[in-house]
Design a protein around this ligand. Sequence first.
Ligand SMILES: Nc1ncnc2c1ncn2[C@@H]1O[C@H](COP(=O)(O)OP(=O)(O)O)[C@@H](O)[C@H]1O
Ligand SMILES: [Mg+2]
Ligand SMILES: [Zn+2]
Length: 326
Amino acid sequence: MKCQICLKELDEQSDPGYHSNCIKRLFGDPKVPTRLKYPRKEFREEVRKAVKEGRMSISGVQPKAQMTLESPVGPLVVTKSGGEYILKPTPEDYPCAAINEHLSMQMAKVAGFDVPECGLLTFADTDEQAYVIRRFDRIGDEKLHHEDMMQVFNFNNTNSDAKYDAATYLDVLNKCTEIAGLGVALECFSRLIFNYLTGNDDFHLKNISVMHGKTIKLTQMYDCLNSEIYSGNLDGSLALSMTGNDEKLPYYGTRLNGFYALPDFLTLAEMARIKEKPARRSIARIVQLQNNFIEMVYVSNLDENLKEKYSAIIKQRVELLSLEIS
Ligand SMILES: Nc1ncnc2c1ncn2[C@@H]1O[C@H](COP(=O)(O)OP(=O)(O)O)[C@@H](O)[C@H]1O
Ligand SMILES: [Mg+2]
Ligand SMILES: [Zn+2]
């Protein structure tokens, strides 16, 4: 087994399953226990209660809890507010989702993206793993002001499909340029490429956020997982339309197989006034890591059949993202 924080080789001195340095990076102290004090069922109950009482300040689709350290050496406990961590257990209908998300986030880190510290923890009574991530929106008690793309666009949140159809990736990139500059748009474009390569077809308007400060930039990445390994049909769809006129795209619009390929992404970049050179460079930077990514899939704790699916999707996407139309 590899370290359940960095996914790299363990040495003999380490605790079973973790580098103590990695625990320290995530929690501030190497003695914080990586086994939660909650049995699996009890934890589910805690989260259900928190959601029901409406004291969840973190939204999203899957049940999750805010957590804090009871003391500098732990343990990690559920809290009503002010938690520095979010814990996401695996939902019943998405096997290995916690492992999947941790794996995808570590891949993002390897690819040089800005990713919060995160890891996998076990419950008190089972070795089932839950995903923990450090919050990027607070420093101590200070709350940092951030907005997701629904808020940036001032879109009404009442219709739950709006996060998929109220804007296109082109709109998002243009908005990034407008409020934060072309560099931020390029960063967002790179994240789109990464999510496509790793089979995340849920990169919607609430999974893209900006942080307000002296300058506006993207927040650290979150909610990256290979959602296509659960859908059965590897249909290559994206969460948002690319341009609003995708049937005009050079590959997607002519092959009609539901997949996007390099020429489509380059067209998107061009329409967003991102220059071809940096666009190609950002795609190449991610594609060239394919073997590292596939190796990470195989050292992860994903079920064997999910490993096969995950690596098949990476290979398929690498091919699509390498395809030139003359
Ligand atoms: N590390 C984090 N720090 C701060 N806020 C976060 C973090 N991760 C997620 N969030 C916020 O919580 C919301 C739900 O988390 P997300 O991981 O997207 O869960 P879901 O899978 O339910 O959509 C996000 O839309 C984002 O606003
Ligand atoms: Mg989300
Ligand atoms: Zn480690």
